[in-house]
Write a protein of this length. Sequence first.
Length: 291
Amino acid sequence: MFNLNDPKLTKQEREFILSLQTDKELEKEVVRQKKDGNNICFPSFWVVQTKDLIKFNKGAHQIDTSFDFYADELEKHHPDFDCLLFEGERVEIGEWDKTYKRWSSHSYQRVGVIWIDGKFHSIEDGHIAIKKLPSYDNLLDHYIDDYIDDLIKGLEKEKNLTAEELTPEQLEELRNAVREEMVNNEHYEEQKQQLEDWKFQYPYSFSEHPLQWSGVIDIPLHLLNEYEENRVFDKQFYISQQYEKVVEAQLKNKEDYIKGRNQTKKKIKKFKNSTRNKKSFRKSFGGGFGQ
């Protein structure tokens, strides 16, 4: 049992504990997910664009935490493509920060990030559905499909009726007619060139995998609060295992760095306190190495 009066519990932790006590289905799902190795339940997620993440990352570099991204790596993603931010640990000013074992002097939200090569559509049964940007090879087919869809919708709206479903033969005939028109379409040629430019400028947004697990970032809470309308309250376990591994590895790297730095300081201090004087140092190396 958790003690809700524990001063070291954050507001977020109290809310989750209460939700487990009042929602038995959620409690069962948490138990089931843990059996599959998914130990973290993400209460919500945000749908933002890469340009928003770039802004969040600048803020993350200004606070005393361990999780952020290299700025130049973010620039290799298309700024208008979507990314999902899964709600991890939230620590508000004055609360006990379990990660860094201190009372926090600032408020931040830790999130797990997934980049999307295109636009987000939905999450259903733990699977992310996206609207992927057409590739160079299928750009024409993409335009044809959109054109035909708009044409049928326009007819239905104009005549206030449901258009009859086209037979495969009729649909193919219509596609060929549209194709002939589109091949010489100036806008289509511009889009082809733009797509080629994007592939060169934003290589990370045109990979073989439209969903990319990216890592973890601590976002100053005042920045993320501006995006409340982009937030979806739908509990997920989607990236639980990847998230745990990144957090554990990053904190270990920081611990090893601090340990190594402290050992170096001790060696320097020991050398400074050594009784060897400059004369004995010069004598030792006066003949050069190997002599």
